[in-house]
Design a binder for this molecule. Structure first.
Ligand code: TXA
Ligand code: MG
Length: 356
């Protein structure tokens, strides 16, 4: 067990002395959880293989899952990759710092443990002032996955980090809630066509406005090579404790189906939670259900920002099952759908179609 120190810092102008203290821990091979604009990261010196192994241990993350390296600028990227091709340079100029991670062939300084032995490395420059100050003060690139136990919901507040990792991390920099709320968009530039490996905080439309067509990689919800032997051990991701079912379809039909199913389950004695848009609440008012609205459905940045905290709130309300509505695929909706689909372990109801 580590003794976890929580340092409260100003999100806009982080106190230099506190940042220095955290940076020193990183340089000594320790683990520091810190806010980025997307979610909190669990950081270690990316060039120190032993320190990065500590991340995998703390998160109970399988060694086959590579980690994103955080830098402050294009020079930081140049040190970690074999070369920076023209499209990468354009993207960096337009979108860094920000929620865009680029995957490129790696340079030899990057330890195998960071890339999970692969020949590519994922790099991003976060825009959060605390993340930037920390990387600068440490003087090294910082390897950081989201600061949650593997498979759990990503943390958007310091208390979420502590719930998962207290005693496993040396320092938590607490700068309040993160402004984007879903993880970065991971874009591979390794092949001819740029490919989104994970939709995230920078939308596909915005990327396409710069790159032309961008491919969206299929993201299997379960690793295909692992047959499901026990439903209880499904490798779900971004998952709340409660079982989650995602509903998709035209809003009115989707909500009607959700209401019927929620009441059916309630009658069976289940404690049922609903993840809704703000404007859906009246349709469920007065029913014996646990209602949590994320935000208005047309305010997708707010939906993304509040998604994980709302799922945590439903867990805190000790519901057994969560029926979640979909928010479409425009803008940040795509990332929200991706996270909800994973939280559902693939249990998605297409209203108007048969169950998948
Ligand atoms: O917003 C974010 O990206 C946050 C903050 C902390 O920066 N980080 C984050 O890290 O979400 P993590 O480890 O939870 O997710 C990283 C994703 C994983 O899906 C991983 O498989 C993928 O990026 N990834 C990392 N390195 C890769 C590589 N070399 N090639 C392909 N995918 C990679
Ligand atoms: Mg993660």
């Amino acid at each position: 067990m580590k003794n976890t120190h929580v340092l409260t810092v100003d999100p806009q102008q982080p106190e230099a002395a506190l940042i220095r203290r955290a940076a020193k821990v990183l340089r000594a091979g320790g683990l520091v959880a810190f806010p980025t604009e997307t979610v909190y990261g669990l950081g270690a010196d990316a060039l120190n293989a032993e320190a990065v192994r500590g991340i995998f241990l703390a998160k109970e993350r399988p060694a086959y899952d590579p980690i994103i390296v955080h830098v402050t600028d294009v020079q930081g990227l140049e040190r970690l990759v074999r070369s920076v091709p023209p499209p990468a340079r354009t993207l960096v100029e337009r979108f860094w710092p920000g929620p865009l991670t680029l995957v490129l062939p790696r340079a030899s300084v990057v330890p195998d443990v960071v890339t999970a032995g692969g020949e590519t490395v994922a790099v991003r420059a976060p825009s959060h002032p605390v993340a930037q100050a920390l990387i600068r003060a440490a003087g090294v690139p910082i390897a950081a996955p989201s600061a949650n136990r593997f498979g759990q919901l990503s943390p958007t507040r310091a208390e979420d980090v502590l719930a998962d990792l207290e005693g496993r991390v040396d320092v938590v920099l607490d700068a309040g809630a993160t402004p984007v709320g879903v993880e970065s968009t991971v874009l591979s530039l390794v092949n001819e066509t740029p490919t989104i490996l994970r939709p995230g905080g920078l939308s596909r439309e915005v990327l396409e406005s710069v790159l032309g067509r961008v491919r969206l990689a299929e993201r299997p919800v379960q690793p295909a090579e692992e047959p499901v032997t026990s439903p209880g051990t499904l490798p779900q991701h971004y998952a709340p404790r409660a079982r989650l079912i995602l509903y998709r379809g035209a809003p009115q039909a989707m909500l009607t189906t959700m209401r019927e199913e929620a009441l059916r389950r309630h009658t069976r004695g289940e404690r049922v939670g609903l993840l809704l848009a703000a404007e859906d609440l009246p349709f469920f008012a007065g029913l014996p259900l646990i209602l949590r609205a994320v935000a208005p459905a047309d305010d997708l940045p707010a939906v993304a920002r509040r998604l994980f905290a709302t799922l945590r709130a439903l867990d805190a309300a000790e519901v057994e099952v969560i029926l979640a509505r979909d928010f479409g695929t425009a803008g940040l909706g795509l990332a929200v759908r991706d996270r909800l689909t994973r939280a559902a372990g693939g249990h998605v109801i297409e209203v108007g179609k048969r169950e998948t």
